[in-house]
Design a protein around this ligand. Sequence first.
Ligand SMILES: *Cc1c(COP(=O)(O)O)cnc(C)c1O
Length: 352
Amino acid sequence: MQVAASQSFRRVLSSMCTEPHPAARDAAERFLASNPGDPTTYPSVSALEDEAVSLLGDITGLSNPHGYVASGGTEANIQAVRAARNLAATDDPNVVAPESAHFSFQKAADVLGVELRLAAVADDRRADPDAMAELVDDDTVLVVGIAGTTEYGRVDPIPALADIAHDAGALLHVDAAWGGFVLPFTDYEWNFEHAAVDTMGIDPHKMGQAAVPAGGFLTREKRVLDALAVETPYLESTSQATLTGTRSGAGVASAWAAMDALWRDGYREQFERSQANAEWIADAFDSRGYDVVDPVLPLVAIDVPRETVEALQERGWRVSPTGSGELRIVCMPHVTRAMLEEFVADLDAVRA
Ligand SMILES: *Cc1c(COP(=O)(O)O)cnc(C)c1O
């Protein structure tokens, strides 16, 4: 069988993944056949994982981070819910999140038998602390804030959500799966230093430019990570806190290599390019009379008729809509100005 050519990113505009940094690609290849899930057998990838977690701590304002390189944001969210549930005393646990939360929380609620309560967001599309507080009760084990929402790139008021969580005796989880590698270069209060955040998800395989799969799960306190540990009778290490068993050494090594190469100047330069591109494409649509959700992070949503989106898809553009049908453009590192210019030329052609 002929193996198809690997995916080209030339017309990919709605993905949260991107071309890995060359150092990440190289590291992934070198560690393809290693398993960080078995650290005594594979000590070198395990040492890289410790360094990767420490770098994730630098990026998120946590000087003594506990955590690991997960399979992605979904696993980090499941683990945050699981840790909070395991630490709480209630038999009827619930999680309170804004309705802008990623759909992975529905999976978490489903597999863990936890009720998911979604609060309406405010007019600015961020979590509304009053609406969240109304859903919190004695059985709330976790409050969730999003630092860079999947659909609109919005950053929830994390310090206010931390207060709500802790007043109720619950933990606060911040989902920075997509936003974590751009937020350090903004004025938002989103990280472990800015607020009493207990757990966080941050994905090197999105804006971090690592190879897939490379997510990050971090906890401020060791006891929270320990709440996930199970005994591992046939391995030499005695316990395991990860959700998966065998894990991708390629993902771990590439996460470390990408962060080692890019934190912090490389990520800053990329953020500046991506944000400028987002503002450029927002202006391009705005000047053509479309309603644009302004990009506070490098992600733009535009109200574009369905048939225009389909005509652009027919021209090979990988674009997908938000839940409310807006065209969503994520200015990932592979999205260049030249690509966006070509896209706008096609837009003008199909709407003419
Ligand atoms: C992408 C995303 C996720 C899911 O991450 P995966 O790596 O796809 O599992 C979770 N939360 C947010 C905010 C995301 O953007």
